[in-house]
Design a protein around this ligand. Structure first.
Ligand SMILES: NC(=O)c1ccc[n+]([C@@H]2O[C@H](COP(=O)([O-])OP(=O)(O)OC[C@H]3O[C@@H](n4cnc5c(N)ncnc54)[C@H](O)[C@@H]3O)[C@@H](O)[C@H]2O)c1
Length: 382
C-alpha cells in the first residue's frame, strides 16, 4: 500500500490498514521531498516520494490511498487507475459529479478495485441496523431523518481549504459531511435518494484566513496573521429528501453548531418499529416500538446477528470506536483484493465503491441546484 497525502486522515488510513496484518505499508507521497521524508519517518514507512507520480511508478505499490484535499481527488485517482493499480479514495470522490462519473467509468473499464471511505459503514451496529432493516424487522421504511453537526467552523477565526471552492468544491458542509449522511441513510435502508429540496446558508460569511500554515481542525493562534475573506460556500444546510420506495426524509448538516463535535445520527421509522444509530454513542442501537417497551441493543457479538458479527471484535461492554470501524472498512476492501475478486464482483457491505461515491456527488449537486432555484423539489439524476 502507498498513500498520497498524510495530513489529518492519512495516518488513520495507515493505522487501519496495518491492523489487518496482511498488508505492507511501503510508501508515502507528499507535496515535496522534505515533508514526505519527515512524514515517512514519523509513520515508520520505508519509502518517501516528493510527488505522487513517482510513487505510482513503484512496482511495490499495488494499492494507492488518496487522502489529499478534495481538488486532488480527480487527478490523483485518475493517474492511479491509468497505472492499473487499485484505488482507495477518501470522500468526496471528486469536486463535481461529472468528474466522479469519469472516475467511476475509468475504474470500471480498467477493472481495478475502486473504493471510497464512507467510514460509518464499518460500525458493527450500522451493519446490524442495515441487516435488521433488510430482514424486515422494522417493516417498511417510511421516514428517514437525522443530522450531522460539528462545531469546528463556529468562529470566524476557524479556517480550512474546505471553504475554498477551488480546493473543497462548490459545497462545503454538504460535500464534507452531508455526503457521509446520505451514504449512511441509503446504506442502512438499501434505498436510493431520488428527490431533494435544499435550503443552504453561510452563517459566517467572512472569515480570517491565516497567512501561514495551520493543521486541519486546529484553532487560530493568538497572534496569527490573517486576511479577511468572503466565504462563498455553505456552512449550514437543511434538506428534505424522498427515497425510491416513497419514504420521506429530512436532515441538517452544519459545522457551526457549538458543542456538536462529530454528531451524526440517522433514524429510520418503519411501519412496525423504528431504529436509531448515533455516532457519538456508537455502541448502542435504539429500537422504538409501539406495543411494547423500547429497547437499547448494546454492541455485543453474542447479541447482534451472526451475519454481521465479524464487524464487532470485542465482547460486550468493551467499547469500539471510529478507528475500529475504519479498520473494518479496510478489511472489507483488502479482503476483496486479496481474494482476487474482480471489481465487478459482489462487494462486502462496508466497501463503498466509486459508484457510491459518484451517487453522493450527484446528490450534493442536486441539493445545491435545488437551493439555487429557490428551494424547490429537484430530481436527482444519476
Ligand atoms: N472518511 C472520513 O471520515 C474523512 C475524515 C476526514 C477527512 N476526510 C477526507 O480526506 C481528505 C483529506 O482531508 P484531511 O483532513 O486529512 O486534510 P489535510 O489538509 O489535513 O491533509 C491533506 C494532506 O495532503 C497533502 N497534499 C496536498 N497536496 C498534495 C500533493 N500535491 N501531493 C501529495 N500530497 C499533497 C497535504 O500536505 C496534507 O498532508 C479530504 O478529501 C477529506 O474530505 C475523510
Amino acid at each position: 500500500m502507498g498513500i498520497v497525502g498524510t495530513g489529518f486522515i492519512g495516518p488513520h488510513h495507515i493505522d487501519a490498514v496495518r491492523r489487518l496484518g496482511f498488508v505492507d505499508v511501503v510508501a508515502v507521497a507528499e507535496m515535496n521531498d522534505a515533508l514526505a521524508k519527515s512524514k515517512a519517518e514519523a509513520l515508520g514507512v520505508p519509502k518517501a516520494y516528493g510527488n505522487y507520480e513517482a510513487m505510482l511508478d513503484d512496482p511495490d505499490v499495488q494499492v494507492v490511498h488518496n487522502t489529499t484535499p478534495n481538488y486532488l481527488h480527480f487527478p490523483v485517482n485518475a493517474a492511479v487507475i491509468a497505472k492499473g493499480k487499485h484505488i482507495v479514495s477518501d470522500k468526496p470522490l471528486a469536486l463535481t459529479a461529472d468528474q466522479a462519473r469519469q472516475l467511476r467509468d475509468q475504474a470500471n473499464k480498467a477493472g481495478v478495485v475502486n473504493a471510497v471511505t464512507f467510514s460509518y459503514r464499518g460500525n458493527p451496529l450500522v451493519q446490524q441496523m442495515r441487516h435488521a432493516i433488510a430482514a424486515g424487522q422494522i417493516g417498511t421504511p417510511r421516514f428517514i431523518f437525522g443530522h450531522y453537526l460539528q462545531d469546528w467552523l463556529l468562529k470566524d477565526t476557524d479556517y480550512s481549504w474546505r471553504l475554498e471552492p477551488e480546493k473543497g468544491g462548490a459545497s462545503s458542509a454538504l460535500g464534507d459531511i452531508g455526503s457521509h449522511w446520505c451514504d449512511l441513510a441509503q446504506h442502512v435502508t438499501g434505498l436510493r435518494i431520488t428527490h431533494v429540496l435544499g435550503e443552504i446558508s453561510t452563517v459566517v460569511p467572512r472569515r480570517k484566513r491565516p497567512k501561514g500554515n495551520r493543521e486541519a481542525f486546529a484553532a487560530a493562534g493568538a497572534d496569527e496573521a490573517f486576511d479577511l475573506v468572503d466565504i462563498k460556500v455553505e456552512d449550514l444546510a437543511s434538506v428534505m429528501v424522498r427515497f425510491d420506495n416513497g419514504a420521506r426524509g429530512t436532515f441538517t448538516v452544519g459545522q457551526v453548531c457549538a458543542g456538536h463535535k462529530n454528531d451524526c445520527f440517522v433514524e429510520v421509522c418503519g411501519s412496525t418499529a423504528s431504529m436509531r444509530w448515533v455516532q457519538e454513542e456508537q455502541n448502542q442501537l435504539w429500537i422504538g416500538r409501539r406495543d411494547k417497551a423500547n429497547e437499547i441493543l448494546a454492541k455485543d457479538p453474542s447479541l447482534i446477528d451472526p451475519a454481521v458479527q465479524s464487524y464487532a471484535h470485542m465482547p460486550g461492554g468493551h467499547q469500539e470506536g471510529w478507528p475500529d470501524a475504519f479498520s473494518n472498512i479496510m478489511r472489507d476492501i483488502y479482503g476483496f483484493i486479496a481474494s482476487g475478486k474482480k471489481a465487478s464482483d459482489a462487494r462486502p457491505p462496508a466497501y463503498a465503491s466509486f459508484e457510491d461515491g459518484y451517487r453522493a456527488n450527484v446528490i450534493v449537486e442536486s441539493i445545491l441546484e435545488s437551493a439555487r432555484a429557490g428551494s424547490v423539489w429537484t430530481k436527482v439524476n444519476y
